[in-house]
Write a protein that binds this ligand. Structure first.
Ligand code: GLU
Length: 489
């Protein structure tokens, strides 16, 4: 019988949720949902010095935003909790004590200062870094002396001096590490907290994790973990080290390439559906060509075997293209609801809040096709909301027109618009199209001038629709004010 799929996302709360880590969580979640298994969230908060206030909340916020719900972990509990490592310290201490009593680990009393000097010396001698094993073979008497001095020791693993550790990584195939490249790493620090290695192994075993999915940068930790699994008599999970996300220059994606926190993408107006699709394709693919995959298609088709070996480059152009695709797929109501908070935030403070949903709902279809991120919505629609428009008056004079013909065009337009009762697209078109001919202008000239008059810009959504949403009163007012501007040019 195959073991049930149990995967964990094990972030250290040392900062914001980096998209690289979140992509790991996504792979975990996709595998769990594909296989009908469990997705576990475990907080690896044992590095007290690097713990950042609010980081756990930010990580959970990011996961929730993307809809990556966890079956066990903070807030939801589960049979293998607690899910904060800082609440599991006794388990790690027990394991460390057991390893010492079995002879697989030992107490080390070297001071930080001595270790520092040792490291400096290794650098000078161009030797590989690592603990020189001074305390590995202390006699009982020596140990007792150190204890009497009041030194609190760390616990180190007794790495075999010879031989190799091999494992089969699902992505990399057989991986071999020589033991002589691994030092006697620390398991328990002098503050009583475990290191990543010990806590990770104890918990992956206690939580019955079937697959450890993590970034390639952790691959060199894996032989240490396997040595621990063996010494503790635990059965190791399947290891899956996926390639990293890279910036366009092929170095590890970092702040200097652009936004790296998943929450920044939310603020910048990307949809969670886009991020899930986009991040899944950073390293995984269905068939090397399909770009748009719904959450269901992803969970139906996800497989670890289709994670590639090469680093995936984060392509911002592709992300914004994809966001446009997802925005266009939203129902009008959904788009309006999602755009509203961005409008509330992005429109000038002079615009009365709360915004009218009915009015906003009329505007949204005019821009939905053109938007790539929700943050663009405020800028594109501002002229619908503000009172006075601010623009360069000379724009009212469209190519091959002059002041006089522009004044005439707007004058006559105004006269024609006054009697229009149903100010809808059809009626506006029926009035304004023949007017261009009457005035001896190209439609583009008349409409261009009117567009600037009613929107304050040369590029805006379709004119008749725009005018219809703005309404008769506002349009006439704006044409009037444009005439005033033209006359005083
Ligand atoms: N706490 C580690 C991290 O921050 C977990 C790595 C692993 O998945 O083993 O990514």
């Amino acid at each position: 019988m195959t073991k049930p799929v149990r995967v964990r996302f094990a972030p250290s709360p040392t900062g914001y949720p980096h998209v690289g880590n979140i992509r790991t969580a996504l792979f975990d979640w996709l595998l769990a949902r594909h296989a009908g298994g469990s997705f576990i969230l475990r907080v690896e908060d044992t590095d007290v010095a690097r713990r950042v206030e609010g980081a756990v909340e930010a990580i959970m916020d990011g996961l929730k935003w993307l809809g990556l719900d966890w079956d066990e972990g903070p807030e939801v509990g589960g049979n293998y909790g607690p899910y904060f490592q800082s609440q599991r310290l006794e388990l790690y201490r027990d394991a460390a004590r057991r390893l010492v009593s079995q002879g697989d680990a030992y107490y080390c009393y070297c001071s930080p200062q001595r270790l520092e000097e040792m490291r400096a010396e290794q650098v000078r001698q161009k030797q590989p870094p690592g603990y020189d094993r001074r305390c590995r073979n202390l006699t009982e008497l020596e140990r007792a002396q150190k204890e009497a001095e009041g030194i609190t020791p760390v616990v180190r693993f007794k790495t075999p001096l010879e031989g190799q550790t091999r494992f089969n990584d699902l992505i990399w195939g057989e991986v071999v590490f020589e033991h002589n490249t691994i030092d006697d790493f620390v398991l328990l620090k002098s503050d009583g907290y475990p290191t990543y290695h010990l806590a990770n192994v104890v918990d992956d075993s206690a939580m019955k994790i079937s697959h450890v999915i993590r970034a390639e940068e952790w691959i060199s930790s894996t032989p240490r973990h396997l040595l621990l699994y063996q010494a503790l008599g635990f059965e190791p999970p399947q290891f899956v080290h996926h390639p990293m996300i890279l910036g366009p220059d092929r170095s590890k994606l970092s702040k200097r390439h652009g936004a790296v926190s998943i929450l920044e993408y939310r603020e910048q107006g990307y949809l969670p559906e886009t991020m899930v699709n986009f991040l899944a394709l950073l390293g995984w693919s269905l068939d090397d060509k399909t770009e748009i995959l719904s959450r269901k298609e992803l969970t139906d088709n996800f497989s670890l075997e289709r994670i590639g070996r090469t680093g995936a480059i984060f392509d911002w152009n592709k992300l914004s293209w994809m966001n446009g695709v997802y925005i266009r797929r939203l129902s009008l109501e959904d788009f309006t609801q999602r755009a509203l908070p961005f409008l509330e935030k992005g429109l000038p403070s002079s615009v009365k809040r709360p915004l009218s949903i009915d009015y906003t709902r009329q505007i949204m279809p005019l821009i939905q096709e053109r938007v790539r991120t929700l943050t663009e919505v405020a800028g594109l629609t501002e002229f619908f909301f503000i009172d006075g428009l601010d623009y360069d008056s000379s724009l009212l004079i469209v190519k091959k027109m002059n002041q006089e013909s522009a004044v005439k065009a707007l004058e006559v337009s105004k006269q024609k618009l006054v009697p229009v009762e149903a100010f809808d697209t059809g009626s506006l078109e029926a009035v304004l199209r023949p007017l261009a001919v009457e005035l001896g202008l190209k439609a583009g000239q008349l409409f261009g001038s009117l567009r600037v008059a009613v929107t304050g810009r040369t590029v805006a959504p379709p004119l008749f629709e725009t005018m219809s949403v703005l309404g008769k009163e506002r349009c006439l007012e704006r044409v009037e004010s444009a005439l005033g501007r033209l006359r005083s040019l």
